[in-house]
Design a protein around this ligand. Structure first.
Ligand code: HSE
Length: 433
């Protein structure tokens, strides 16, 4: 039997992911040691309150409230507390002490990534974060390693399971937004306060992480354009399906060139129409998927469980094994690559396609007047479908060719004040064509 050197693993956080990571390390230690080339000894689990109700199958003596002592005695620190503080301080302490750090914390990475990566680089340690985006789905390592020889041009991600569950239920069950949200809460997908999910804050953090990694550029969280999905109506979802689309909350990270020829990147989160033929349209329930377009590789899709204790623990343990292998091999960690340092361009520079639904008067000349409003602002119409109603009105659904956000906004403003248009019913971006 091979005698492995032991690496000390400290776990910060005793919630569902922390407990599962501890369980798996304790139960599968011998097998993991063979894969890692080192024993992985759980030296403790730092929690805020020793008396809180938790998994009784884990040895009581592992739990401690003294996170700092645990960190200072560890080779590998697994941060599963979430939120900004004290997670940020603990990660910095661990890195400064030379430990490798594994985190599933999207908030701390999206808000303080550069500070943390710099701290890791200074001491030659490494910060691993496979579980921070897409739960169990391997997406960080593919972007960082497997696609390191390629150029990523675009990422379309369903990176929030709660909102995908809600939109999917509205689509497949004909539920209202309120009904679907209540069901998501009942099943434990949505938090008591669902704001972070439904308003797109969670997805925006993940978009900042993915865009930074994919484009070798620091993309700050406040540069991510964010729109939530609480404005999506039952009627929009039904109309979308009839027209051959499904509504998804997407995180979109792209390499773009603006009207002045400046090359940069953009990151945005908003509801969008996705054609039913696109692989993302088949992502149901609370699942996540990240669709990557790369110049040489073409299109790739990474799919699976975006949350859940044991599922997320799988990604965390993969990082623990990688960190252990690195310790065994020696040498400095791989620094985060930001060499491209591209400008992050504003939403006004983005071009995409739109579906605009209008209620209009059903009279001669109306279509021509509306078409002029589009052409005057440089927005080219790809298709129009009209449904005549029995009240001398008609519903027009207009799909545009690619247009800039600014041209589209000007067109919608003009439509809203034009007498022949009774109402601008809906404006949705169309992605994935
Ligand atoms: N609230 C998140 C979701 C959990 O619904 O996907 C994972 O970040």
């Amino acid at each position: 039997m091979i005698e492995y050197r032991n690496l000390r693993v400290a776990i910060l956080g005793g919630g569902s992911v922390g407990s599962q990571v501890a369980h798996l390390l304790l139960e599968q230690g011998a097998e993991l040691a063979q894969r890692a080339g080192a024993g992985l000894e759980v030296v403790g689990i730092a929690v805020r309150n020793l008396d809180a109700q938790r998994d009784t199958a884990l040895p009581k003596e592992l739990f401690t409230t003294d996170a700092e002592s645990l960190i200072l005695g560890a080779d590998i620190v697994v941060e599963l507390i979430g939120g900004i503080e004290p997670a940020r301080t603990y990660i910095l302490q661990a890195l400064h002490s030379g430990a490798d750090v594994i985190t599933a914390n999207k908030a701390v990475l999206a808000n303080h990534g550069p500070e943390l990566f710099e701290a890791a680089e200074q001491v030659g340690a490494q910060l691993y974060y496979e579980a921070a985006v897409g739960g169990a789905i391997p997406i960080i390592r593919p972007l960082r390693d497997s696609l390191a020889g390629d150029r990523v041009s675009r990422i379309l991600g369903i990176v929030n399971g709660t909102t995908n569950f809600i939109l999917d239920r509205m689509d497949t069950e004909g539920d209202t937004l309120e009904g679907a949200l209540a069901e998501a809460t009942r099943l434990g997908y949505a938090e008591a306060d669902p704001t972070a999910d439904v308003e797109g804050f969670d997805a925006a953090q993940k978009a900042a992480i993915l865009a930074s990694l994919a484009f070798h550029t620091t993309v700050p969280l406040d540069a991510v354009h964010r729109e939530g999905m609480t404005t999506v109506t039952h009627e929009q979802v039904l109309a979308a399906r009839k027209a051959g689309y499904v509504v998804k909350l997407l995180a979109i990270c792209e390499r773009i060139t603006d009207a002045d020829g400046v090359e940069g990147v953009s990151a945005r989160v908003h509801p969008a129409l996705v054609p039913l033929s696109h692989p993302l349209a088949a992502v149901h329930g609370a699942n996540n998927a990240v669709f990557v377009e790369a110049e040489a590789a073409g299109s790739l899709m990474f799919y699976g469980a975006g949350a859940g204790g044991i599922q997320t623990a799988s990604a965390v343990l993969g990082d623990v094994v990688s960190a252990a292998r690195r310790h065994v091999a020696g040498g400095p960690g791989v620094a985060e690559s930001t060499h491209a340092n591209l400008p992050v361009l504003p939403m006004a520079s983005v071009t995409t396609r739109y579906q605009i639904t209008l209620t209009v008067l059903d009279e001669p000349g109306v279509l021509a007047a509306i078409a002029t409003l589009f052409s005057d602002r440089g927005v080219s119409v790809e298709g129009v479908s009209q449904t005549v109603r029995d009240d001398a009105a008609a519903t027009l659904v207009i799909i545009t060719h690619e247009a800039s956000e600014s041209a589209l906004a000007a067109t919608v403003e003009a439509l809203a004040t034009t007498p022949v248009v009774s109402a601008v019913v809906s404006v949705l971006r169309v992605e994935g064509l």
